[in-house]
Design a protein around this ligand. Structure first.
Ligand code: RIB
Length: 294
């Protein structure tokens, strides 16, 4: 990582999350009454940027939203968290929307209508990451734009992190420009497992396992497992994003990956204890409190 680069740049999606709390998924043709609902800021990119900024790292966020009221809600969330927003407003497409079913055990199912996220172009992405020490991207925006951000970040001397969510076969072709790959168990299986990822060039793979913690897989080293923090989850939406955002933030601040992963796990636990994919309760203090409770 070059000394002249600072902070975290996140390239990714911004969605309005329409959340319904419900006991189970509906069957085909069924109308199911939920307990309650709400509207929250979301999108994997926005959630990660907010978490990075709330954990104390200078953070900017590159995204495309619509020219609508939903975008105002998202912009306010970014401003409240102190994220520098390089957010373009599309004249043609609405802000992305995610329909989130939040189940009693804290788990969820999500369907995303990409809307303006689909308009994020490689030029937006390359401009958005300039000067950042750490570049973080996910796969809810067009693959060529993610690839361009990672390649430009790599070329400039930044540390690059790809959260391959949702899983996409194009991940394999981007690995040469990825320093740290973050996948959950489903995504890892869809990409044919850790060994294939290593064989395809992924040097460092972080496997997130929900309540099972995370495992760091590095080529030629023994896997390192880190336990999850014990919490009573309220809503796990965005917990994985908080993990990625705080991992990026901690690495941008010079922490070693082992310590950065512990902080990232704590951030995911803080978010999972609150409704919505981002929370004002995420802070350096709340992360430190959880870490020191071990
Ligand atoms: O990872 C959670 C996020 O996925 C939600 O906020 C939703 O918008 C989807 O992007």
């Amino acid at each position: 990582m070059s000394d002249t680069l600072t902070g975290v740049a996140v390239v990714g999606s911004a969605n309005l999350d329409l959340v319904v709390e419900v006991s189970r998924p509906p069957r085909v043709g069924e109308t199911l009454l939920g307990r309650s609902g709400g509207r929250f800021s979301g999108g994997k990119g926005l959630n990660q940027a907010v978490a990075s900024a709330r954990s104390g790292a200078p953070t900017r966020f590159c995204a495309v939203v619509g020219a609508d009221e939903a975008a105002d809600v998202l912009q306010q969330t970014l401003a409240d968290a102190g994220v520098v927003a390089a957010v373009r407003r599309s004249a043609d497409a609405p802000t992305g929307v995610a329909h989130v079913l939040a189940f009693d055990d804290g788990d969820n199912s999500i369907i995303v209508a990409a809307g303006a996220n689909a308009e994020l172009a490689p030029d937006d992405a390359v401009a958005g990451i300039a000067g950042a020490a750490v570049v973080l991207a996910q796969l809810e925006v067009p693959v060529p734009s993610v690839a361009a951000a990672l390649r430009a970040g790599r070329g400039a001397g930044a540390l690059t992190i790809l959260n391959a969510a949702p899983a996409h076969a194009a991940t394999i072709g981007m690995l040469a420009d990825v320093d740290v790959l973050v996948v959950n168990e489903t995504e890892c299986a869809e990409l044919d497992g850790i060994d294939r990822l290593h064989a395809a060039g992924a040097r460092t793979v972080v496997l997130t396992q929900g309540a099972g913690g995370v495992t760091l897989h590095r080529t030629d080293e023994q896997p390192l497992h880190i336990d999850a923090f014990r919490i009573d989850p309220v809503d796990s939406t965005g917990a994985g994003d908080a993990f990625c955002g705080v991992l990026a933030a901690a690495l941008s601040q010079g922490e070693c990956i082992e310590d950065a992963l512990v902080r990232a796990c704590a951030a995911g636990a803080v978010v999972a204890q609150h409704r919505g994919a981002t929370t004002q309760e995420l802070s350096p203090a709340s992360i430190a409190a959880l870490v020191s409770s071990r």
